[in-house]
Design a protein around this ligand. Sequence first.
Ligand code: OGA
Ligand code: NI
Length: 386
Amino acid sequence: MATTSTSGKAEGAEAYSGDYDRKSELKAFDDMKTGVKGHVDSGIMKIPRIFIHDEIKKEEKEKLKPAMASTYKVPIIDMEGLHTDHTTRRSEIIKEIRDACQTWGFFQIINHGIPTQVLDEMIDGVRQFHELDSEVKKQFYSRDLTRKVVYNTNFDFHTSPAATWRDTLYFIMAPHPPTPQELPQVCRDILIKYSNSVQKLGLCLLELFSESLGLHKNHLEKLGCAVGLSIFGQYYPACPEPELTFALRDHSDSGFFTVLNQDTQIGGLQVLHENQWVDVPPLHGALVVNVADLLQLITNDKFKSVVHRVIAQKIAPRVSVASFFRTIPGDVDAKKVYGPIKELVSDENPPLYRETTTEEYLMHFQKKGLDGTSGLLRFRLQKEGN
Ligand code: OGA
Ligand code: NI
């Protein structure tokens, strides 16, 4: 049955409802609480239409093919010697990070101090959760993003123009972690270990970011850029019609920065660089680091929060663990005000953004959903004369 908005002004998912009752289909899917994985396991050969991205059908089909061997390569930075050789190697690493954050917004790190075994076990833990019996997983299924442990399909399922082919297990790990008993047993121990390691690595990265910007090494830590940590265990099941949807559509991340652990079997992560989709190839033992929106805002565009996506594939599942350094609405730390850092602005380089809080930013990001536009636009100051 066709749905017409009686208000005359459809918004969110309704605006894209076409000639079917999209809202009811979203609700029916969500009420099952079995995720995309449950759907795939039921043996479907076609993807439900709530997952179809019309813009792909029209113009993006060509671009959806895995990027051709590109002349561009996402930088790989070797952190060996960072803590022992304080003179030469450290300053080389800082320079590499500066170049990567200014031109790519993305880089991979190796010899970062977290053992490969810990990375592998974390991926396995997330995989095992998603492969549990539906009845066990259902206990965690929720749309309440203030809960510390949540499992669902797409945080923006009901607001984005079209859903994407993934399920997520989501944890708020800092500053106030859940109790161990609140965590799913299959990944409890490794999650705690992994989260502690990523927090330490996050502080180390903040020192390097600060120095790359010419600031005192403690500057960004003192600003609270690593106070909050949310970890997303992403599971992208095999997709019978990968050309019609995404695993994760084009977006930039909402926090200060992200550390991503991707499994080594299945690729699919791509970064938009110089108008080309460039693959971020899985590299066993490496972590992918990227600048997120709030770091672009406080660095006044010195560092770039770059658009990236994950393509859906027939070969799957892909598993990844994304650690977002950001505080959560409702938390006192999320009320801290951020604007472009004073040391980074001048008469020639005036502030490009108005001040905001992580709470305001994240609420805007979550409400907007992944719709292909940057959350930063709302905070950008208009140039005089515009
Ligand atoms: C994200 C993200 C990439 C991936 O969760 O924001 O970009 O490979 N993930 O899962
Ligand atoms: Ni992302």
